[in-house]
Design a protein around this ligand. Structure first.
Ligand code: F6P
Length: 366
């Protein structure tokens, strides 16, 4: 049977926050689609906004050349534009509309037989909703937060981790030279993967993650104790979603039309101020921010994104729609797109990574 019958043109979009490896995945989709199946590929620009507003770009084989090592996405992305809840301004008043039918019409107008949606939980939830409305969709998981349910790793995470680790390595020199406490706030939303692993990889002394609420006095005691033993500098790695035992996450702002409106940020300043006030030790805080999302993907992410992209095209050709590519151990597999909504993938407070960290003396402030 000729597997190509019925599928001649596929669409691809990148949604949610950018992360290293998006271009690698686009490249793999385009190269596999064209060279293996002689398909045509249409890119939708700026995530779902491209589907809603019919902003497209034809992707030829040549467009996939020379982009493997580039950060960001040649298609653009957005973590705001949801076809099921799209912000429109009517008579000066902002309101939300379901424009999914319009988005689906645009797919049809572009003669797209199947859509590959690359995104985090927000974008993949939209992909699942589109699938429920009859759109043949395959999802690919990406996010630096590594918090997607159903896959062991998302691409982008390991590059962000590398960036965080290298930054902390540099911060170590100031900490040691000035005998300071340096508090480093990293991204990750409600999951502590970046903080925990960057802390382990860079020799952090205290790691604060959302999964293990902290007691600031215990954090200060660790810092004081180190000082008493002659260790006159300390590195405290704080996940942006970290929270005190009796307290809440620190919210920086709300982005109303985003799939997840809450933007976290500010806990590093809060923790740093408390440490300085309570211990009297000179303390500085640094927010690594979007630096973690930028730059060239490391080899691991280039390879993972390439495997995800190529496999997504294979699923399309096998008509396995409503599925998300995933990594289980070392093997590429797929699961129902629906499972993205089941949960968030978080650090296990009693898991082996936390145990390893504790056994080499990392404190969690608990
Ligand atoms: O999900 C990726 C991420 O970088 C999170 O770690 C962070 O909380 C959020 O996106 C920041 O979003 P924005 O780019 O909208 O500020």
């Amino acid at each position: 049977m000729n597997a190509r019958i019925g599928i001649k043109r596929i669409g691809v979009l990148t949604g949610g926050g950018d992360c290293p490896g998006l271009n690698a995945v686009i490249r793999a989709v385009v190269k596999t689609a064209i060279s293996q199946y002689r398909l045509e590929v249409v890119g939708f620009l700026e995530g779902y906004l491209g589907m809603i507003k019919n902003m497209t770009r034809r992707l030829e084989f040549g467009d996939a050349s020379g982009i493997l090592h580039q950060g960001g996405t040649i298609l653009g992305t957005s973590n705001r534009d949801n076809p099921f809840r799209f912000a429109v301004t009517i008579r000066g008043k902002k309101t939300f509309r379901d424009v999914s039918d319009r988005a689906i019409r645009n797919l049809k107008q572009n003669k797209v037989d199947a859509l590959i949606a690359v995104g985090g939980d927000g974008s993949l939830t939209i992909a699942y909703q589109l699938y429920q409305k009859g759109v043949p969709v395959v999802g690919i998981p990406k996010t630096i937060d590594n918090d997607l349910w159903g896959t062991d790793v998302t691409f982008g995470f390991n590059t962000a981790l590398q960036t965080a680790m290298e930054a902390i390595d540099k911060i170590q020199t100031t900490a040691a030279s000035h005998h300071r406490v340096m508090v480093v706030e990293v991204m990750g939303r409600y999951a502590g993967w970046i903080a925990l692993q960057a802390g382990i990889a860079s020799g952090g002394d205290v790691v604060l993650i959302p999964e293990i609420p902290y007691d600031i006095e215990k954090v200060c005691e660790v810092v004081r104790e180190r000082y008493r033993y002659g260790r006159r500098s300390s590195i405290v790695v704080v996940a942006e979603g970290a929270m005190p035992k009796k307290g809440e996450v620190v919210v920086q702002k709300l982005v109303e039309d985003s799939t997840d409106p809450v933007r976290l940020g500010g806990v590093g300043l809060k923790v740093g101020n408390e440490i300085e006030k309570r211990t009297g030790l000179e303390t500085r805080f640094i927010v690594l921010g979007h630096i973690q999302r930028g730059g060239s993907p490391i080899a691991f992410d280039r390879i993972l994104a390439t495997r995800y992209g190529a496999e997504a095209v294979e699923l399309v050709m096998r008509r396995k729609f409503g599925r998300m590519i995933c990594l289980r151990g070392l093997k590429i597999d797929s699961i129902a797109l629906k499972s993205v909504q089941d949960d968030q993938r978080k650090v296990f407070p009693n898991g082996d990574l936390v145990r390893t960290a504790r056994s080499i003396g990392v404190a969690f402030g608990d």
